[in-house]
Design a protein around this ligand. Structure first.
Ligand SMILES: *Cc1c(COP(=O)(O)O)cnc(C)c1O
Length: 394
């Protein structure tokens, strides 16, 4: 059977590749040549796994959610990425990339951030590894995500507010790429999701694949079999989902359900549901689905969840949706809010708004009582408290 994973040219079906300006060609090509030998080396794996254990707090628990299971008529396990250091899955990737950067002799780190979660994860690992760090963030997001900006500054990062375009994530990414073009030899660009030019989507997926590696082992211990019937995750760029499904991507016994940000609804004009609404294009070095006008201008995405409003989508996920390996649902703001309150009240876990887009798929499913369902809670909801309180539910 044909694999759903990446091919040797950096494509998932028709999606992926590396569409970069000539000035970056060498840098990206060098990364492509070096990432696998380094990541797969014993020395890297030892340092990476030790940090995941002692610094991040892995393995993250796989928790059988009893009251949620009763409600949805299945055996629902939550993969608790919310319990990681810095509060989400993003640290898994940031640690891996900075270890890679050091081994490649890079002296300086740059990153883009939207809500600030990837910026905080990157600033954290730069403090840990004593590397200078500049985080590009849209000026609108700097104003909206004040606490994360302060966290990054306290960690020693320079936060650079981007004033171009809509002053959000897309513009921050453009600015980070511009910086990279000016400093290709000494600077490592830590991308926060399974997006960007090859090899980033594959590299990030591999660094997040610790999630499904642990699920395999934990399920075997708890259920006597190492695969679930369903895997569920939210998708922004796609990294927590890629990590959740990585070791099951070609295992057809496992059904994959992905929740993207529908915003006010996919026909409302206020949405970030790229898989539902996007068309084939190129964004940030990758050929994928893009929210764009007929003449190729990016449409500003909208979601109540700052971590999900990206106008592109990882090429892996575009492919899995196209070949129907994954079922993709667009979850509205209201559905996500309701799901967040439900998890909080039934299990005492306040999820990130992003993760609530995975939880909100549950009422749309019909399970058998014996079905084993693993849903990744990608992050914790502390950062979203203001939003939750503004939309208080009974
Ligand atoms: C950034 C973020 C996401 C979305 O990013 P992916 O790459 O799609 O995982 C989801 N959940 C949380 C908690 C995040 O911080």
């Amino acid at each position: 059977m044909h694999s759903h994973n990446i091919n040797t040219n950096g494509f998932y079906g028709q999606f992926g590749g590396a569409y970069v300006p000539e000035i970056l060609y060498h840098t990206v090509e060098t990364l492509r040549e070096q990432y696998l030998p380094i990541i797969q080396s014993e020395a890297f794996q030892q340092e990476y796994m030790q940090l995941l254990r002692d610094y991040v707090g892995r393995p993250s628990p796989l928790y059988l959610a009893h009251r949620m299971s009763a409600k949805y008529g299945c055996r629902l396990y939550l993969k608790r990425e919310d319990l990681n250091h810095t509060g989400a899955h993003k640290i898994n990737n940031a640690i891996g990339q900075i270890l890679l950067a050091r081994r490649m002799g890079k002296k300086r780190i740059i990153a883009e951030t939207g809500a600030g979660q990837h910026g905080v994860a990157t600033a954290t690992v730069c403090a840990l590894m004593d590397m200078p760090c500049r985080i590009y963030m849209g000026a609108t997001d700097v104003a909206r995500q004040h606490v994360n900006v302060e966290r990054m500054k306290m960690l020693g990062a320079e936060v650079f507010p981007v004033e171009s375009g809509n002053k959000t994530l897309k513009d921050a990414t453009n600015e980070a790429i511009r910086d990279w073009c000016c400093h290709p030899s000494d600077t490592f660009y830590i991308i926060g999701s399974t997006v960007g030019p090859h090899p980033y989507p594959d590299m990030v997926a591999r660094l997040q694949s610790i999630i499904s590696q642990e699920i395999k082992q934990q399920l075997f211990e708890k259920e006597g079999r190492d695969y679930p019937d369903y895997l569920m995750a939210c998708v922004g760029g796609g990294s927590n989902a890629a990590g959740t499904i990585y070791h099951y991507i070609d295992d057809e016994r496992v059904r994959i359900c992905l929740g993207e940000a529908g915003g006010k609804g996919i026909d409302s004009g206020l949405t970030a549901a790229t898989i539902h609404c996007g068309t084939l294009g190129i964004i940030h070095g990758s050929r994928t689905l893009v929210m764009q006008t007929a003449d190729g201008q990016i449409i500003e995405p909208y979601s109540i969840s700052a971590g999900l409003d990206y106008p592109g989508i990882g090429p892996m996920h575009a492919h899995l949706a196209q070949v129907h390996r994954a079922t993709v649902m667009a979850i509205t703001d209201d559905e996500a809010l309701k799901a967040a309150y439900e998890l909080t009240r039934l299990e005492g876990i306040i999820p990130a708004l992003e993760s609530a887009h995975a939880l909100a798929m549950l009422p749309k499913m019909s399970f058998r009582p014996t079905d084993i369902v693993v849903l990744t809670v990608s992050g914790r909801g502390d950062k979203d408290l203001d939003t939750y309180l503004k939309h208080q539910q009974a």
